[in-house]
Design a protein around this ligand. Structure first.
Ligand SMILES: [Zn+2]
Length: 240
């Protein structure tokens, strides 16, 4: 008897539709969190130096666009690269299936055996999978990808653009809408509330300790705002 080797492939276990939906949700929460923290740091820093609403609006908007575009570009590049390597792996698999079908059948049998099937059942399953759609079977079992459902780099880019923008709008509006005396306190309070929410969501999505994730996330944002506010105040005092 062959015992299953090691724990089941973790990526594969979460590789279904639910897994990929969770990954998207997690990426959206992280993107929004980034938008909140970086834009909050930016506008609070400028508010330390000046009361000028146009300057605050310009800085906040430029920060929003720069951040969301850079996130989108980064996501586009990384997903494209991943997609290229998945396509290369699939076409290599295609060639192997054409040139050495017997070895490939044996390979698939071995992989199914490793997942806990007996030799005979694994062989039978491998034969059936190969008869139906050999390439798809190898892509899923061997590479852990679905050849018909590769991530689209444009979708990924749009998703991070929108997530970052949604996050960035909060500190931007909190800074430019209230009267001058209220700007910084309103921004700080709403940013900390938003970071509690994103910290809570990402902890829930990642099965992590909720309270610790919330404090950590709020702490990070608080430090970012304190540092930029101090820098802005210093610069405002020196330059003004
Ligand atoms: Zn193969």
């Amino acid at each position: 008897m062959t015992e299953p080797v090691g724990p089941p492939d973790h990526d594969e276990a979460h590789g279904g539709a639910l897994g990929s939906r969770l990954n998207w949700l997690r990426a959206a929460v992280l993107g929004a969190n980034d938008g909140v923290v970086s834009t909050a740091g930016l506008v609070v820093g400028v508010a330390g130096a000046t009361d000028d609403r146009t300057a605050l609006l310009t800085a906040g908007l430029a920060g929003l666009l720069a951040g969301s575009l850079s996130m989108a570009a980064g996501e586009y590049v990384s997903v494209s690269t991943q997609r290229d390597s998945e396509k290369a792996a699939i076409s290599l698999e295609k060639r192997e299936l054409r040139e050495q079908p017997e070895a490939e059948l044996e390979e698939l049998t071995g992989l199914l055996e490793q997942r806990g099937l007996s030799r005979e059942v694994a062989r039978e399953a491998a034969e059936q999978l190969t008869a139906r759609d050999a390439l798809r079977a190898h892509a899923r079992v061997e590479l852990g990808i679905d050849p018909d459902d590769l991530t689209n780099p444009w979708h990924a880019a749009w998703a991070s653009f929108l997530a970052f923008t949604a996050g960035a709008l909060l500190p931007l509006l909190a800074m430019v809408l209230p009267p001058a005396a209220w700007r910084v306190p309103v921004t700080v309070v709403s940013v900390l509330a938003a970071l509690a929410l994103t910290g809570w969501s990402s902890a829930r999505l990642g099965d992590a300790a909720v309270r610790r994730a919330i404090w950590r996330n709020m702490g990070g944002g608080a430090v970012a705002m304190a540092v930029t506010y101090a820098a802005g105040s210093l610069l405002g005092a020196v330059a003004g």
